[in-house]
Design a protein around this ligand. Structure first.
Ligand code: HPA
Length: 267
């Protein structure tokens, strides 16, 4: 028996090193077009543990789209058009906190946005909207993910501040030292504007972050993309287990405020 997630569907956006999830069987591949252009690739309508969800590799199936060129608006709008109410981003990040070693999973709770020049809103016309972003991740989804992880005795870090950087280059040691000094735990290139666009689209958004490496200057020597991809591959089983645990509680109707995000956002 295959269930749909309540009224709203679940979408997964995956990052570097995660272009498919073993055990996720594709029902069909959907080409979705939006008023913002084409998303990163076809959406895979998949079945996983008896549930239907949408899966989208953010960088394209063959990793041809760098973080600064991802059409974030098209990806989120396409999710919206498909009836997605909740999005989980599964992404690789660098770690700034020595206590959180590579291979760890962090469920992010705050964001600092250091990206530059990305289109970061759906509202760049006459409709002036200032959406609340105090808590950039859906707290209800965070709680569901953390509760599921705890129940299964999984070692998942509850909360962490993500700094979104422009890339595609990696950071300097000084940049990382600065980010550390202002309380950053993890660094990545894609949570912004993805998270805020989801909020503007009134879609819940959560980040399951796999620490693939210690960030620049914390790790000795040169950072390699190979390291990122290999650690991500090694963490697949844990990510898969976590996803399979959260599918069922995420079937419940939303009680958070994300679905109403635009309610008090206009003058
Ligand atoms: N920096 C930025 N993005 C990343 C890193 C990093 O060290 N690792 C994985 N994504």
């Amino acid at each position: 028996m295959v269930f749909f997630n309540g009224d709203g569907m679940l979408g997964i956006i995956s990052g570097s090193g995660l272009y498919e999830i073993e055990g996720l069987s594709t029902i069909k591949s959907l080409e979705v077009d939006t008023q913002y252009g084409k998303p990163s690739g076809p959406f895979l309508e998949c079945e996983y543990c008896g549930r239907v969800l949408y899966f989208l590799p953010r960088h394209g199936g063959n990793h041809s789209i760098p973080p600064h060129k991802v059409n974030y608006r098209a990806n989120i709008q396409a999710m919206k058009n498909l009836g997605v109410e909740r999005v989980i981003s599964v992404s690789a990040v660098g770690g700034l906190n020595r206590d959180i070693c590579p291979g760890s999973i962090v469920i992010g709770d705050q964001i600092l946005d250091f990206t530059k020049g990305r289109t970061n809103t759906f509202f760049d016309g006459d409709d002036v909207v200032h959406v609340d972003f105090t808590y950039p991740y859906c707290e209800e989804m965070r709680m569901i993910i953390m509760d599921s992880a705890r129940e299964k005795g999984m070692n998942v870090v509850d909360g962490g501040t993500y700094v979104a950087v422009e890339g595609p280059r990696l950071e300097t040691a000084s940049e990382i030292a600065f980010y550390r000094s202002i309380g950053v735990d993890i660094v990545g290139m894609t949570a912004m504007p993805e998270a805020v666009l989801a909020r503007e689209a009134e879609i819940c958004y959560a980040g399951i972050y796999v620490v693939t490496n210690y960030a620049a200057g914390i790790k000795e020597g040169r950072l390699t993309t190979n390291e990122v991809v290999q650690t991500m591959a090694r963490s697949q089983d844990m990510v898969k287990q976590l996803l399979s645990e959260v599918l069922s509680p995420l079937d419940l109707e939303r009680t958070c405020m994300c679905g109403d995000a635009l309610k008090d956002a206009r003058l």
